[in-house]
Design a protein around this ligand. Structure first.
Ligand code: FAD
Length: 441
């Protein structure tokens, strides 16, 4: 049985290595820390949390809660350590970051079939390999990944507008139309009166920005200006930019509104919409407060807030299969933030799938696609099937999961029902497909 290489012992690499080793396959982990650090890591421990110590919500009525429940079913080393080192955090799961990472490091390194090599990898290795080098992948390896794919298929910066659920948009206030009625009506338009625009503009220019890290200097923002920076250039600037109303007459009045915010469909099923031109560096709470002033978005649900930060991620819809194998090389897998999943637990969960499939390949078994109603399966589907040109990283959220057959009005009840369906499907999948190949610990 061939040894599997895992590059990077972050959230995704740790999970991948754990799954592979527990399936009886030898693992060689290459981790560059402490020999070389990323700009955000401070320790040599596996699965270091580079920012907050919160792994977000824990309830089944929340997509992050469902993802955690699925990870528990899949013997996640991250979830076990998180529960062993939880600190009080209300409905969220937060951890003591040091003991959390220490437990993951100890558990993985004490497995007899795991070898750890503290070395920076600069080219893609031969043989079955999981690349999980994260949002701050070292430059030489990033170059090698660019050479393997097309140069344009690896992004180094994430400038994303918020993504909203269609269900939460007030459809009585917005209208479907494309500018000058060109092509089919494709955008949801939020019309603003002058008074509404002024209130929004005033809130936007006074809103609080998120903190930038030292390694995220402002030069990289040039090509893609945050909406708040555009607003600060003057009251008119947005009206000639993303809020331009020309060609967008409101069918209800027949008149051109003072300003229009456009929402563009973000996923193939039409459940998610992004706010066009609203890449932003505002704090998340501020985004909710300020963008809720846009008519139609008063009670909107954000599945992902806008971000502007350094992030190495691939154009996965063009490059990856839902098994996390590359389209070009069946024995080369990617996992974690690089694949376009966004967040600690999303990265870890993708490592479970990639690791399981890398081990299956080593064992002579076919890699498997996880069920589409589960959050792990839906994320793999999203990053490999959404539009490659506008591809932006995605958090776990219920908008990417197929709808229930029955209609449940109450959101919490609906989400809980989606979670119950996912967990039942995952239990069957595990019994029928996965457990056959696990060795006892
Ligand atoms: P990582 O956990 O970063 O692991 C990658 C590993 O690969 C690292 O250990 C690195 O040393 C190693 N490595 C890199 N290149 C090489 C190489 N060439 N050879 C060998 N080893 C290499 N998500 C949240 O949910 N909440 C947050 O608060 C949050 N804050 C973030 C703050 C910052 C500054 C950044 C950059 C990201 C943040 N994220 C956050 C996003 C993301 O969830 C985390 O970055 C997460 O750690 C990603 O997991 P990963 O396994 O993909 O990468």
């Amino acid at each position: 049985i061939p040894t599997v290489n895992v590059i990077g012992a972050g959230l995704a690499g740790s999970e991948a290595a754990w799954q592979i080793a527990n399936m009886g396959v030898n693992v060689r982990i290459y981790e560059m820390r402490p020999t070389k650090m990323t700009p955000a890591h401070h320790t040599e421990k596996f699965a270091e949390l580079v920012c907050t110590n919160s792994l977000r919500a824990n309830q089944l009525s929340n997509a992050a809660g469902l993802l955690k429940a699925e990870m528990r079913q899949l013997d996640s080393v991250v979830m076990t350590a998180a529960e062993n080192h939880a600190v009080p955090a209300g409905g969220a799961l937060a951890v003591d970051r040091d003991t959390f990472s220490q437990e993951i490091t100890d558990k993985i390194t004490s497995l007899p079939n795991v070898e750890v090599i503290n070395q920076e990898i600069t080219t893609l290795p031969e043989g079955i390999t999981v690349v999980a080098t994260g949002p701050l992948t070292a430059a030489s390896l990033a170059k090698s990944i660019q050479a393997f794919n097309d140069e344009d298929d690896l992004h180094f910066f994430d400038a994303a507008a918020p993504i909203l659920t269609k269900d939460s948009i007030d459809l009585d206030k917005v209208y479907l139309k494309s500018r000058y009625d060109r092509g089919e009506a494709a955008y949801l338009n939020c019309p603003m009166t002058e008074e509404e625009f002024d209130r929004f503009y005033d809130a936007l220019i006074h809103a609080e920005m998120a903190e930038a890290h030292d390694f995220e200097n402002s030069e990289v923002f040039e090509g893609c200006m945050p909406i708040e920076v555009m607003a600060q250039r003057g009251r008119q600037t947005m009206l000639f930019g993303p809020l331009k109303p020309v060609g967008l007459e409101d069918p209800k009045t027949g008149r051109q509104p003072f300003a229009v915010v456009q929402l563009r469909q973000d996923d193939a099923s039409g459940e998610l919409f992004n706010i066009v031109g609203f890449q932003t560096h505002l704090k998340w709470g501020e985004q909710k407060r300020v963008f809720s002033l846009i008519p139609g978005l008063e009670n909107v649900e954000f599945v992902r807030y806008g971000v502007m930060h350094r992030n190495t991620f691939m154009k996965s819809p063009k490059l990856l299969q839902p098994t996390y194998q590359t389209q070009q090389r069946d024995d080369l897998f990617f996992a974690g933030q690089m694949t376009g999943v966004e967040g600690y637990i999303e990265s870890a969960a993708s490592g479970i799938v990639a690791g399981t499939n890398a081990a299956r390949l080593a064992l002579g078994l076919d890699p498997v696609v996880f069920p589409k109603h589960t959050m792990v399966g839906a994320m793999a589907h999203y990053i490999t099937h959404t539009n490659a040109n506008n591809f932006q990283p995605m958090n776990a959220n219920f908008g990417i999961v197929p709808k229930l057959k029955q209609r449940i009005r109450d959101k919490r009840e609906r989400n809980t029902a989606l979670s119950e369906r996912a967990l039942a499907e995952l239990a069957d999948f595990k019994a029928e497909t996965l457990t056959l190949t696990k060795v006892d610990q």
